[in-house]
Design a protein around this ligand. Structure first.
Ligand SMILES: Cc1cc2nc3c(=O)[nH]c(=O)nc-3n(C[C@H](O)[C@H](O)[C@H](O)COP(=O)(O)OP(=O)(O)OC[C@H]3O[C@@H](n4cnc5c(N)ncnc54)[C@H](O)[C@@H]3O)c2cc1C
Length: 397
């Protein structure tokens, strides 16, 4: 037991935990199944890493108990992330949109380099190509079974940190390891599902969506739980884009959601104005002011786009406004874990001490990052949670 703790996973939470433990003079061993650390950080934000969000609050998270985060965000704030990145990585942030902070260099690899350097400089060990296959309890700590160099090894430590992430993107090393082990230890796990994920459309409407593939529209998308105003993107299999990814975390199979395709205008008012001006233009010409030609043509499949506005009946005007402002979408499903940015659900917060992320039932066992039932919106929130968790655990191990 030469380490204060063994950390499973060299991702966002695990590397932050090791680096912070190192700064406190502690010694950790990080075990990573991949041949390099931080695989998800490297591809995050399109390779630019949206590493935090200036407006992070508990309302930006999906969880059975988002209030659990109050303690985390009191201990590790967005300002702490910004200062940490500046101090240890010389990484200055620049805001792209909606509070989303990226490194000025636009290079996610600078973030991984900061962590590996800090872990090295503070004497933390990182073993790559090391797959943890089991964790079991001892009287004075835990034993890990590790597959490494085609051999099975057993390692012991007084404390173990599950920072092995969630299910999205298997080819980046994602696994259900933390969830399976939580089940084994008898800890409650909230049902998981892909989140921040594109949604597919099948059936009779599929061709209509496919015909619009590549078209993007600024829209408001909502259901009975939440509403988001950002772009939606039509694809040959359904819908994507930030507003769809956001609402996917709140969508349940079989549900219909509503889309306002023109949230910044009131079509009723626009039609009234056209009528006052003589109503000589067609509905299609009016819509062309706001949508691409392709979109107008596609809408023409169920809207009277060739009719002059002056001759538009009350019923048709209502159909037009309802369709544009309350477009109904019933996705067939989501595109699954390999297209998802995160996982919804995970180890229940009810099992963890909100101050330390230590298991309430098993002292010395910690869960952080995506493995826990805390899922952030799109926009840097998931990393903010992963850094906070890593920091909190490091204080306690
Ligand atoms: C395409 C994409 C883009 C994203 N972009 C952003 C973004 O810009 N901003 C943002 O905030 N979030 C983003 N996310 C989400 C973010 O990457 C995750 O929320 C975050 O990485 C979770 O951190 P973690 O440490 O819990 O897990 P991870 O970073 O996934 O790390 C877990 C590590 O554990 C390792 N591991 C798993 N099982 C074992 C095992 N049994 N033994 C040993 N090692 C194991 C894995 O290989 C992995 O390296 C993105 C996700 C994806 C998929």
């Amino acid at each position: 037991m030469e380490y204060d703790a063994i950390i499973i996973g060299a991702g966002a939470c695990g590397m932050m935990c090791a680096a912070q433990a190192g700064l406190l003079g502690k010694r950790t061993l990080v075990l990573e199944r991949n041949s390099k650390p931080g695989a998800k950080i490297l591809i995050s934000g399109g390779g630019r890493c949206n590493y935090t969000n200036l407006y992070t609050g508990i309302e930006n998270f999906v969880s059975e108990n988002a209030h659990f985060l109050n303690s985390a965000f009191a201990q590790w704030t967005v300002d702490d992330t910004i200062s940490f990145f500046e101090m240890y990585g010389q990484i200055k942030g620049k805001e792209k949109t909606l509070g989303q902070l990226f490194p000025e260099s636009n290079k996610a690899k600078d973030v991984v380099a900061m962590f590996t350097r800090l872990m090295y400089e503070t004497g933390q060990d990182l073993w790559l190509n090391s797959l943890v296959t089991d964790v079991s309890r001892l009287e004075d700590g835990y034993e890990l079974t590790v597959e490494r160099n085609n051999k099975q090894e057993r390692l012991r430590a007084p404390k173990v940190v599950f920072a092995s992430g969630g299910l999205p993107v298997a080819k980046l090393g994602a696994s259900d390891f933390a969830l399976k082990q939580a089940h084994k230890f008898g800890l409650a796990v909230v049902a998981t599902a892909p989140a921040l994920v594109p949604l597919s459309i099948t059936g009779k409407n599929a061709d209509w969506y496919a015909s619009l593939s590549g078209n993007s529209v600024f829209a408001r998308v909502w259901n009975e739980r939440i509403s988001f105003e950002e772009n939606i993107l039509f694809t040959h299999w359904g819908m994507s884009g930030p507003a769809i990814l956001q609402i996917s975390s709140y969508w349940r199979a079989g549900e219909t959601m509503s889309v306002d395709l023109l949230p910044q205008f009131d079509l009723e008012v626009l039609i009234k104005k056209e009528r006052e001006d003589g109503g000589k233009r067609t509905v299609g010409q009016l819509l062309n002011d706001y949508f691409t030609r392709k979109m107008v043509d596609a809408l023409g499949e169920f809207l009277p786009i060739d009719i002059k506005i002056a001759s538009l009946s009350k019923a048709d005007a209502k159909l037009l406004c309802d369709t544009i402002h309350r477009f109904q979408v019933k996705p067939a499903g989501d595109k699954g874990y390999d297209k998802a940015e995160v996982m919804r659900g995970g180890v229940s917060t009810a099992e963890l001490n909100p101050r330390t992320l230590e298991s309430l039932k098993y002292p010395g066992l910690y869960f952080g990052g995506e493995a826990v039932d805390i899922t952030g919106w799109l926009g840097g929130y998931n990393f903010q949670w992963a850094w906070a968790g890593g920091y909190m655990i490091a204080q306690d191990i």
